[in-house]
Write a protein that binds this ligand. Structure first.
Ligand SMILES: Nc1ncnc2c1ncn2[C@@H]1O[C@H](COP(=O)(O)OP(=O)(O)OP(=O)(O)O)[C@@H](O)[C@H]1O
Length: 499
């Protein structure tokens, strides 16, 4: 099989031909020296004088036959022209040699736009090896941690294809779509980088994390950063009665079951062309999981009561606070569905494990609370006293960012002055303790009320009491609160942030 190198002639190559020291031999000659090629095809959009000089010089540097193609670009950053010129070149190579060639695109010579186009072509219509070179690192194969679906090419060609240019330049991409997610910790930085990589692809994403860690916020950001034009539909599987889940997901025809008076489409159809966010996927009944797997694999669904398949184009993002591997082992979740979903798994750590985030979030979320309340009559922006902040820093935040945000909202409402004191923070944090046991059932709804936080508070309260009464002995404490073994207690302690 013939090995063929294709690339643009870059300015560094011309500088090499002019014997400018810094340019070395230039990326093209560097590649020819490092790898064996049977032929090199050069696309040339240089001014004639430079092109003539370079080609004459190149002849003296290599024995490899050189074919040049003149292409006049209106600008070296015009994606469409670059793309078309590159495609013409590759098609000519294939016409001459048949398909029995092994192509390599050299992405270093030329502009970053040219590099981006090589990446697109190598990942879509004309698969090829991508190489890059530099005087320091030599010639290397470029590997990209993503694939591109060819259907996106027209979009990718828009001049605003910032992401690909940045990737090809090795710059960390800016991601305004993720700006609402506030963080400072290294674990979160890594997580967001992974999320950015996976966002442009259509693969399913599984987000794991405790309640309130920001799973939906992350899912929305991934959708915004994807090329999908359709909407973002969010559904909480745990909130739908199990007998209605199937109809909710896939829709139903008239008369499919008692109460199905009209035909109705499900969320899969509603999310066609967009993203379907399924929260609490671990709660999906086993009976529905088979149908769900089929929808994922075949991209088609069948409404309840019908036999007619309907094509859907949906990107799935699922979230769970359950350990799905454990659910799979326990037989409550199908393993084939798990593996189909677990293509890109993003684990959001609980707030208490994100070093540096709590302090940062207190500041930023308080600004957000001040903004939310700015138009309320008589509201004055609140600051937080160092003492109150220290108090909040020591809390374990079992309800994660949601609990922190709601605590700050409560503190801002009840604080009469401008500064939230430690006492204000304490009162805002522990509504359960002051409410008394019957008060748990009588809290006003709205106004920062959150059922997950409330239940978590009750769990924490009893676990701590049991540990106290058992003198810290977990086996005994587990018995006291009716758990059959201490591992269950350990899991609950972890989940609800009991030290
Ligand atoms: N890193 C963050 N920066 C800013 N706000 C955040 C962050 N994480 C979560 N939030 C806020 O906390 C609240 C809860 O977030 P979200 O609903 O995304 O959590 P979740 O993990 O999906 O919760 P649940 O599992 O209970 O549905 C939202 O108001 C969200 O905006």
């Amino acid at each position: 099989m013939k090995q063929i190198l294709i690339c643009w002639i870059g300015l560094t190559d011309v500088r090499a031909a002019k014997e400018e020291k810094q340019a070395g031999v230039g990326p093209i000659v560097q590649a020819l020296a490092a790898r064996a090629f049977d032929e090199i095809w050069l696309i040339n959009d240089l001014v004639d004088k430079d092109a003539g000089l370079y080609l004459a010089w190149l002849e003296k540097q290599t024995e490899v036959p050189v074919v040049t193609r003149r292409e006049k670009l209106t600008s070296p950053t015009n994606f469409r022209e670059i793309y078309e010129a590159a495609v013409r070149c590759i098609e000519t190579v294939q016409a001459r040699h048949g398909k029995d060639v092994s192509l390599t695109y050299h992405i270093s010579p030329g502009t970053s736009h040219m590099a981006a186009v090589w990446v697109i072509l190598a990942k879509t219509r004309f698969p090829a090896e991508l190489i890059e070179s530099s005087t320091q690192a030599g010639v290397n194969t470029v590997s990209f941690p993503f694939d591109i679906s060819a259907e996106f090419i027209p979009d990718l060609l828009k001049p605003l294809d910032r992401r690909l240019v940045e990737l090809s330049e090795g710059l960390p991409p800016e991601a305004p779509e993720f700006a609402q997610i506030l963080y400072k910790s290294t674990v979160m930085k890594r997580l967001i980088t992974k999320a950015r990589h996976v966002a442009p692809r259509s693969v399913p994403v599984l987000i794991e994390g405790e309640s309130g860690t920001g799973k939906e916020l992350l899912a929305r950001a991934i959708h915004r950063a994807s090329p999908r034009k359709g909407g973002f539909i969010a559904v909480n599987c745990g909130a739908i009665p199990s007998e209605l889940v199937e109809a909710e997901l896939f829709g139903h025809v008239k008369g499919a079951f008692t109460g199905a008076e009209k035909e109705r489409r499900g969320v899969f159809e509603a999310a066609d062309g967009g993203t379907l966010f399924l929260d609490e996927l671990g709660d999906l009944p086993l009976s529905v999981q088979v149908k769900f797997l089929r929808a994922l694999q075949e991209n088609e669904i069948v409404r309840v009561g019908s036999t007619k398949p309907i094509q859907v184009d949906v990107r799935l993002i699922a979230a769970t606070h359950k350990d799905l591997i454990a659910e799979t082992t326990a037989g409550r979740f199908r393993s084939d569905l798990f593996y189909r979903l677990a293509v890109a798994v993003l684990k959001i750590p609980p707030l208490r494990e994100r070093k540096g985030d709590i302090g940062f979030l207190i500041g930023r979320l308080l600004e957000q609370v001040n903004l939310e309340s700015a138009n309320e009559p008589g509201y004055k922006d609140k600051k937080i006293s160092p003492d109150a902040k220290n108090f909040l820093l020591q809390h374990s935040w079992p309800g994660n960012v949601r609990e922190l945000l709601n605590t700050l909202r409560r503190a801002a409402i009840w604080t009469t002055g401008r500064t939230i004191t430690r006492l204000d923070a304490e009162e805002a944090l522990i509504p359960l303790a002051s409410a008394g046991s019957s008060g748990v059932l009588n809290q006003p709804l709205g106004d920062g009320f959150n059922l997950t936080d409330t239940i978590s508070g009750v769990a924490r309260h009893y676990i701590e009491r049991a540990l106290q009464e058992s003198g810290g002995k977990k086996r005994k404490a587990a018995e006291l609160i009716g758990f059959s073994n201490y591992q269950t207690l350990t899991n609950w302690m972890k989940r609800h942030g009991v030290e």
